[in-house]
Ligand binder design. Structure first.
Ligand code: HMG
Length: 419
């Protein structure tokens, strides 16, 4: 048996801009963003938020509901393409901020939006050898394109944390199947050289690469799985929701479905997962798992016993198509997506640009500033001092900036309660 996702949780930035506002400011018809791309709102990171705080916040939310699980974590992997350091992984900051056990492997995996899937598959295999321990897999990213570029409306940010373990099939939230199809191809469709803070992309070409990856991975899966019943739901990597529609169109063509049947199938098996992606935007490595969380929140216990297919695409490129079955672990899932979306503050385009610039400035040395946390924010990025990143745990009674801390001091974190 393969590993299982036992539970998952999402964290998103505290600000967003609507695509209606953005379209007005960029002199674009709003239908292009809302209908053509399928986007409604876009999450914006402010200066106190980065890939680390988002990752830690998502995991913190998980442990809030499973405090006993923290001590059992023996593998902590962050899939990200917006890491904060070329050497030091996001996972080790998370390890410290959450007070995870010292006997733990902590590292980062990068392959564009595919990194978290590679991490999840690795964790799923790892828990077979360590059945008493748990793996924490986090997808955390900030999607940034140049202002005014075609990619701008497809930005976003967020993190999804998943607790992975060995479970009886009934007890899993999602029992992963051991079969998976893969497809790799060296392409320059989307990339970010080290001297760029925003990604470079060949938009239309990237969509073709994605569809080629989908077909390649799906065909590889079919060769291994033979005649399996069609899954009840299909989750695709979601750079923007209309891309999931295009992906499903390709899958329907492969199955020879007519236009009418495709539209009906899209409504039934794909759309229920996309609502949160419409309001958050591209979360790169987290987009697929945000769709999974969206489906769990919308469908709840109805999912028990149902099969889902997941398609992960990372530019550059690597694709994977795999499946899983929902179990009664779905009752563990704490429906929190609506409340975190409602807790956000809407900003206009001028404020979005200020936040965007302010968060980029925080990436320079000597940017340290004692910032106030947002309402409910568990961790704040305080900037960089002497080339070291500083964070604050807002939930601790005597919240202090964590910089230059000695490793021995790190495991004295209090139980997880907000201040
Ligand atoms: P664009 O050229 O500005 O948009 O960029 P367009 O002209 O192609 O229009 C988009 C859609 O809106 C089209 O629909 C238009 O017809 C429609 P389609 O023909 O494709 O079905 N449209 C309208 N609809 C209604 N009313 C209107 C209207 N006007 C136009 N008035 C593009 C679009 C996606 C290329 C751009 O946003 C971009 O470059 N985005 C970033 C790249 C990207 O997301 N690629 C996706 C595949 S690669 C991937 O998923 C990996 C990634 O996540 C990174 C990673 O792996 O790390 C990106």
């Amino acid at each position: 048996m393969n590993g299982a996702i036992l539970d998952l949780a999402v964290a998103i930035p505290h600000h967003y801009v609507s695509h209606e506002e953005l379209a007005r400011a960029r002199d674009v018809e709003v239908d292009k963003y809302q209908q053509g791309l399928g986007c409604e709102e876009m999450a914006i990171c402010g200066p106190g938020e980065d890939t680390v705080t988002l990752a830690a916040e998502a995991a913190w939310r998980l442990f809030e509901h499973h405090p006993e699980a923290r001590e059992r974590v023996g593998l902590c992997v962050v899939g990200t393409e917006s890491g904060v350091d070329a050497a030091k992984p996001v996972a080790i900051y998370v390890h410290r901020l959450l007070g995870l056990p010292p006997n733990c492997r902590a590292f980062e995996v990068k392959h564009a939006c595919y990194g978290a899937t590679a991490a999840l598959q690795m964790a799923s295999a790892w828990v077979q050898q360590h059945p008493k321990r748990l793996a924490l897999v986090i997808a955390s990213d900030i999607a940034r394109y140049e202002r005014g570029s075609a990619g701008e409306p497809t930005q976003g940010a967020g993190a999804v944390a998943m607790l992975v373990g060995k479970a009886e099939e009934r007890d899993a939230l999602l029992q992963l199947s051991p079969i998976s199809g893969a497809f790799a191809s060296d392409v320059y469709d989307f990339w970010r050289p080290p001297y760029q803070s925003e990604a470079l992309v060949k938009g239309k070409y990237s969509m073709n690469c994605y569809l080629e990856g989908l077909q390649g991975a799906y065909e590889d899966y079919c060769r291994q799985a033979g005649d399996e019943p069609t899954p009840d739901y299909l989750l695709y990597h979601v750079p923007f929701p209309a891309m999931a529609r295009k992906a499903h169109r390709r899958m329907s063509d492969l199955r020879g479905l007519s236009e009418d049947l495709y539209l009906d199938d899209l409504e039934r098996r794909v759309e229920p997962a996309l609502w949160a992606n419409r309001k958050i935007g591209n979360v790169y490595s987290g987009s697929l798992y945000l769709a999974l969380a969206g489906l769990c929140e919308r469908k709840g216990a109805h999912l028990i016993g149902r099969r889902v297919a997941l398609f992960s695409y990372g530019s550059g490129s690597c694709s994977e198509y795999f499946t899983g079955r929902f179990g009664e672990g779905i009752y563990r899932f704490h429906r929190h997506l609506h409340s975190v979306l409602e807790a956000r503050t809407e900003v206009d385009v001028d404020q979005y640009e200020l936040l965007h610039d302010a968060s980029l400035k925080m990436e320079r040395n000597h940017s340290f500033q004692p910032a106030l946390p947002h309402q409910g924010q568990a961790f704040t990025f305080l900037g960089i001092r002497d080339h070291e990143r500083c964070y604050r745990q807002n939930f601790a009674e005597d919240a202090v900036a964590l910089s230059n801390a000695r490793p021995t001091a790190l495991h004295h974190t209090r139980p997880f309660q907000r201040a």
